[in-house]
Design a protein around this ligand. Structure first.
Ligand code: ZN
Length: 210
């Protein structure tokens, strides 16, 4: 955080929507206790995300990102809108996540209506850290950025010092890094500083093209 990371990304996995089981609301609450001012960006890779809204807001989540493909949302606009309204009403920001195989245009109606703060694009298969970046996400980033200059376009999975600038250049302004920060030989703070520099460089370059 002190090295320049603006958000803390928390992967909440239920062992059903994705094969892995990670952390839930009690751990989010513990993180919030230690980081009272941090933006806790909670990515819910869970079935029936509508069942977690109250627990997550009570735990101190800043943003609630659900999956378009999850049971309970089922890729249906009406269900997504209902959930968005509940999340918004609870006081959290709202994100919607797309798995790699889901096309970006399914979210255009929500983006056009200004209902989302963030679109999260998975650039690996959801579930485990340490996977290789899928470049097929880049046209999706470009399409969403073209659709809205205001929305956060977030890319999650396989971000490294070698691809961060390219991803920002495509129009992403939020990049999630796990292994690059925590599994590198260099200290995490140095890795964050390097990533932030690359993202800022990419964003500036993309603006000057526009
Ligand atoms: Zn995530």
């Amino acid at each position: 955080h002190d090295a320049g990371a603006e958000w803390i990304h928390v992967d909440v996995f239920d062992g059903n929507f994705v094969p892995n089981l990670t952390i839930g609301p009690p751990v989010v609450k513990a993180i919030r206790k230690h980081c009272p001012d941090a933006f806790l960006d909670c990515h819910l890779c869970v079935l029936n995300p509508e069942n977690y809204v109250e627990d997550m807001v009570k735990a101190g989540a800043s943003q609630f990102t659900f999956h378009w493909e999850a049971r309970g949302v089922d890729g249906e606009l009406d269900r997504a809108k209902e959930l968005i309204e509940r999340v918004r009403g609870s006081g959290m920001l709202v994100g919607c996540a797309l798995a790699p195989e889901t096309a970006a245009d399914v979210l255009f109606p929500l983006v056009d209506e200004g209902l989302l703060d963030t679109v999260l694009l998975m650039s690996v298969r959801p579930g485990f850290g340490g996977q290789k970046f899928m470049p097929s996400v880049l046209p999706k980033v470009e399409a969403l950025r073209k659709r809205s200059s205001k929305i956060n376009v977030q890319v999650d999975g396989g971000i490294t010092l070698d691809n961060a600038k390219e991803v920002a250049l495509a129009g992403a302004n939020v990049l999630v890094a796990g292994s690059t920060v925590y599994s590198a030989p260099a200290p995490p703070a140095d890795q964050v500083k390097a990533l932030v520099g690359l993202i800022r460089g990419g964003l500036e370059a993309s603006r000057s093209f526009a």
